[in-house]
Write a protein that binds this ligand. Structure first.
Ligand code: IVH
Length: 718
């Protein structure tokens, strides 16, 4: 390569990576696989390593650059970072609206922008000539802290601006970059990422965070940017501070503008021309807040026009042109009656709070998580304390901490029991680990019970008629010591047991026998490997095709799969390396459980669906879901159990599952009915030569007529 070619290649790689970041983080519509993205990054890294003189600070490889800092420098905000006045009910909202109209004149044309109020950390980002030069926290609104090195590590924050005018895949042009732009927004953590992070922190013996906001704040204030880089932080842009080179007139236009420059903008932002509609949208989110992947503490209503904003002005820190409609706090105070310990599938002992029943946001809460013994000790949570209980998203409620002022001296300090409550074995705590474990893996009845409950559950082998009660019976009687023993149950076992008449026993044993033939991914879920849920299991089953092949794979091989990271890969490899796992797999085979994928034993029929991933929901008119899956696989497609950005089509039957449908609508995944699916395949059978359009693009075959018109619920910025 000549040095000119080299410079051009490096530039092109950077541009492509920026563009794919935009597709992924802003549009939520990637057009290449993670592996392809990784390949671009790898090539860029290699070229830069060979030619370090060509590295620029805005290169996508330079997210983690700075060494750990001692202290964060203070930053004076040129445009102050305001806060928001709150309204706690509709009356408060109406009072705000009335005042606004009084100030603007009752015949003023007013439009509103409503945005979710993300519970994270407010930051400001300064771009000069399109390059991120500084990022700071809000601080007191006048002076914040310079956390540039840490903000640079957040993948959804662009190091260099777009513009990205369209979604056609063309490389972005380089015009229209503002000489100066200050972007305001929120750094946050998704609830699921927060939970996973806490699990990892706990396993590493580190302190866990109380909620996603604290986790985001703590991650952003790390002295070492490489630590921040490992935290799953994200960013939403919602406004501008200083700007040169653009004449922005409205909030709505600003959101468009930010998005076109490459910033993630909340897809649930909406513009309304009538206050009542804006209010209805606020109300809607109050009931739908659990659907969001991140925590919100309300919605923000802003006057759209900047001219009107200027007219309304600011009182103290709070602009009159915006208001936060706060949702009821999902926190309550209750009495901690007791702490009980639960023995998990892997022997981990978790303390749980039994509290006086309390209503939190319409749900009666009786039990709450206490995470682990360190969590209790660090917060000095005592039995008898009044405690703050919090419920967030779909997460199990947890105890935030004690209300120390309400103690009367009768509270008792709790200690972790020394032995397993189920089998009496002394508990162990590995060096550097937070968790206490019962080491009696093979014999402890509580562990066996949990493992079997998991195995028969709906997401795993889905064995009808077996629940906690039945599992308890099987384990107590000593009939079942591992999941394979289920298949050795006979009618004789149940003789003389009350409630188990011949008919019921026959049904039960039938259901068990039937499950021998479940798809491989369900069996993999059923094994209860740490971090392996339905999605990961599907990837493993698709790739390896049998339990034996999976068991023989190295952690590296597993890590190479798209959608699987090193932590999961290590966990899977560890599981299969254990002698008891090997014994269990052998036993499952002996009792007749199928450990291979059903897939087409015959050669694939075609590849019309090659590279396409399908999800099926509901009941199809003329075939079972298993049959539909087999058909898709036979034509080169993949079937996944849940809708994600990687889903190409959702096949919809009658009574479809709400989550899959909603998710598909949200992501704009095209939907097909059975006839639509057959048309895709039929076209292949009629014209096998034409089946060349592989690749990962998601262009739907619209002109076929049987494609259901998907409601494009993407970001509704027009
Ligand atoms: S606007 C008017 N928009 O809420 C200028 N703030 O209580 C104030 N926040 O410090 C910011 N989502 O951290 C605005 N869509 C949103 C927001 C939002 C979250 C936070 C932000 C701010 C705080 C004000």
């Amino acid at each position: 390569m000549t040095s000119n070619d080299l410079v051009r290649r490096i530039e092109s790689l950077r541009e492509q990576i920026r563009y794919h970041n935009y597709r992924y983080y802003v549009l939520d519509e990637p057009v290449i696989s993670d592996a392809e993205y990784d390949a671009l990054m790898r090539e860029l890294r290699e070229l830069e390593a060979a030619h370090p003189e060509l590295i620029t600070p805005d290169s996508p490889t330079q997210r983690v650059g700075a060494p750990p800092s001692e202290q964060f420098a203070k930053v004076q905000h040129v445009v102050p970072m305001l806060s928001l006045a709150n309204a706690f009910d509709e009356a408060g909202m109406r009072a705000w609206y009335d005042r606004t109209m009084r100030l603007l004149g009752s015949d003023a044309q007013v439009a509103f922008v409503v945005e979710p109020k993300i519970d994270g950390v407010a930051v400001t980002l300064i771009y000069r000539d399109g390059v991120l030069v500084r990022g700071a926290t809000r601080g007191d609104g006048e002076t914040g802290e310079d956390v540039t090195a840490n903000l640079r590590t957040i993948p959804s924050i662009p190091l260099r601006l777009g513009p990205f005018a369209d979604g056609t895949g063309d490389a972005p042009s380089q015009n229209a970059i503002p000489p100066l732009l200050e972007v305001r927004g929120e750094v946050y953590m998704r609830i699921a990422d927060f939970m996973r992070l806490n699990e990892q922190l706990a396993a590493a013996g580190e302190k866990i965070a109380a909620n996603p906001r604290n986790a985001a704040a703590g991650s952003l204030r790390q002295k070492d940017p490489s630590v921040t880089a490992r935290r799953p932080l994200r960013f939403f842009a919602y406004g501008v501070g200083q700007v040169e080179g653009a004449e922005l007139q409205t909030q709505w236009e600003t959101l468009h503008y930010l998005r076109a420059l490459g910033f993630p903008v909340n897809r649930d932002a909406r513009r309304f021309e009538r206050f009542e509609e804006a209010l209805a949208y606020c109300r809607e989110w109050m009931t739908r807040r659990d659907e969001l992947e991140y925590e919100v503490d309300g919605v923000v209503v802003k006057i759209d026009s900047f001219a009107q904003q200027a007219e309304l002005g600011v009182v103290g820190r709070d602009p009159r042109w915006a208001i936060a409609f706060k949702f009821p706090a999902r926190e309550a105070v209750s009495r901690l009656i007791d702490i009980v310990v639960n023995v998990g599938r892997t022997g981990v002992i978790t303390p749980n709070a039994v509290i006086e029943p309390v209503n939190i946001g319409g749900v009666t809460v009786r039990n709450a998580s206490l995470h682990n013994a360190d969590y209790i000790a660090e917060r000095d949570i005592r039995i008898g304390d009044y405690v703050i209980v919090k419920r967030a998203g779909d997460v199990i409620p947890y105890i935030v901490g004690p209300v120390v002022a309400r103690r009367d001296g009768s509270e008792r300090v709790w200690r972790m029991p020394e032995t397993c409550p189920a089998c009496g074995t002394p508990l162990e705590r590995a060096e550097g680990e937070v968790a206490y474990r019962c080491p009696n893996f093979g014999i402890c009845p509580a562990q066996i019970t949990r493992r079997i409950e998991h195995f028969v559950s709906r997401s795993a082998m889905d064995i009808a008629g077996i629940g906690e009660k039945q599992v308890q019976l099987f384990v107590e009687r000593g009939w079942v010591k591992d999941v394979a023993d289920l298949y050795l149950l006979t009618p004789e076992h149940f003789q003389g047991i009350e409630g188990y008449g011949p008919k019921r026993v026959a049904n039960l044993l039938n259901a068990i026998a039937e499950s021998k033939d479940r798809p491989l991914h369900r069996l993999i879920v059923g094994l209860g490997i740490r971090y392996v849920g339905e999605v990961v299991a599907q990837i493993l089953a698709d790739h390896f095709g049998s339990l034996d092949a999976l068991a023989a794979a190295s952690a590296d091989e597993i890590d190479d799969l798209e959608g699987i990271g090193p932590v999961i890969a290590a966990s899977v490899a560890d599981y299969f390396a254990r002698p008891e796992s090997k014994a269990l797999i052998a036993k499952l085979k002996r009792v007749g459980v199928r450990t291979e994928a059903k897939g087409p034993a015959v050669a694939p029929k075609g590849d019309a669906l090659a590279g396409k991933t399908f999800v099926i929901t509901g009941t199809l008119p003329s075939m079972s879901r298993e049959e539909a899956s087999a058909l898709i696989v036979a034509h080169g497609g993949k079937v996944s159990s849940s809708v994600s950005k990687k889903t190409d089509y959702l096949v919809v039957g009658s009574d479809p599952g709400g989550t899959k449908l909603a998710k598909a609508q949200e992501l704009g995944v095209p939907m097909l009915d059975e006839a639509g699916l057959m048309a895709l395949i039929g076209a292949d059978e009629r014209n096998t030569l034409a089946a060349s359009g592989k690749g990962r693009d998601r262009t739907p075959a619209t002109s076929r007529g049987t494609m259901a018109e998907p409601e494009q619920l993407g970001l509704s910025l027009e």
